[in-house]
Design a protein around this ligand. Structure first.
Ligand SMILES: [Zn+2]
Length: 333
């Protein structure tokens, strides 16, 4: 049994309370490897932004849960070395699907867990979430739940169609489950192909897809029902066209990849939304940078020579998100 407090990590409670009050959102970045973690910590240390490091089921399979946890512990020390005096770093389980998995993360030093019962019938979702909350709260670990279904593909989370969160259910759900934050579905989606071309319109000038807007009316209804309660948006990458273009012009093939426009996320960040999950955008930044090196320097075979530029590109991306989209810079001095 390891408590996250001994590792220098923090839970989400204070982060979210300040974010709701301050009208900004905390970045939740997924990490799977050293370069990605270095980039996240460097970007957050340089901007003094609180951050949630997310571990998905895919990351646990790819990088090993034990190793990832020790990396997060190392990240706190790395942040201090970079001159960030009081780093606010949360280690969070993304899309936990069983009580046992959430418990093992709590016991192992995670400061926050998500229990995703959104595919279950309503009452079962409440019961499962409540069970995780009762366990996690004994150790002051915060719990994110989900109500409503997001479309798209993210590691092991796959859904064909989205179902918006029903505002009339949120009070009952939050009260009875005891969750600390709630992921809702208002039209965001997992992956780099968030919408099918037939769901979008096309910009007549560029021929690029324009995605349908988020359901801000649903978000407003939810905010009215649960004033001040922390709301979470998953699947909120923007799929920057510059990266898609670099990938496609350097041997890649990502036709019609489309994300959530940043101005919509900016608007969401000012509302009760206080955690915004971004994963695909850093994958695109990484891949674009690597593909560029491979095409421009075909003789290069030292992984540091292409993972290094990929890391630099991710730092740029994370800082852009923090400063220009979420507004979380300067919130953790
Ligand atoms: Zn998600």
């Amino acid at each position: 049994m390891v408590n996250y407090k001994d590792l220098g990590l923090v839970n989400t409670r204070e982060m979210f309370a300040k974010a709701v009050d301050g009208g900004y959102a905390i970045p939740a970045f997924n990490f799977n490897n050293m370069e990605q973690l270095q980039a996240i910590i460097k970007a957050c240390a340089e901007t003094k932004s609180p951050v949630i490091l997310q571990v998905s089921s895919g990351a646990r399979k790819y990088a090993n849960q034990t190793l990832l946890r020790y990396m997060a512990e190392g990240a706190v020390e790395y942040a201090k070395e970079l001159g960030w005096e009081h780093p606010q770093i949360c280690l969070h389980l993304d899309h936990g699907d069983t009580f046992e998995l959430c418990k093992s993360c709590v016991d192992f030093g995670f400061s926050s867990v998500m229990i995703d019962g959104s595919s279950l019938p309503y009452e079962e979702n409440i019961a499962l979430t409540k069970r995780v909350v009762e366990y996690a709260h004994q150790f002051d670990v915060t719990v994110e739940a989900e109500l409503g279904v997001l479309a798209g593909v993210e590691d092991d989370v796959v859904a064909e169609e989205s179902h918006y969160t029903k505002p009339e259910e949120v009070i009952d759900f939050a009260t009875r489950s005891g969750c600390d934050s709630l992921a809702i579905s208002i039209g965001t989606s997992h992956g780099a192909y968030k919408f099918k071309p037939e769901q979008c319109t096309r910009d007549p000038q560029t021929g690029k897809l324009v995605p349908p807007p988020l359901a801000f009316d649903v978000l407003e209804e939810i905010e009215k029902k649960l004033p001040g309660f922390p709301i979470v948006l998953h699947g909120s990458s923007s799929v920057p066209q510059e990266y898609v273009d670099i990938i496609n012009s350097h041997g890649g093939n990502l036709p019609d990849a489309v994300g959530i426009p940043e101005e919509q996320l900016r608007k969401a960040a000012k509302s009760a939304v206080c955690k915004i999950n971004i994963d695909s955008d850093s994958r695109l930044a990484f891949t674009a940078a690597v593909r560029k090196v491979f095409v421009e320097k075909p003789g290069e075979f030292d992984p540091r020579k292409y993972c290094g530029p990929a890391r630099d590109e991710m730092v740029k991306l994370y800082k852009h998100k923090i400063i220009e989209v979420l507004g979380s810079d300067g919130k953790a001095e």
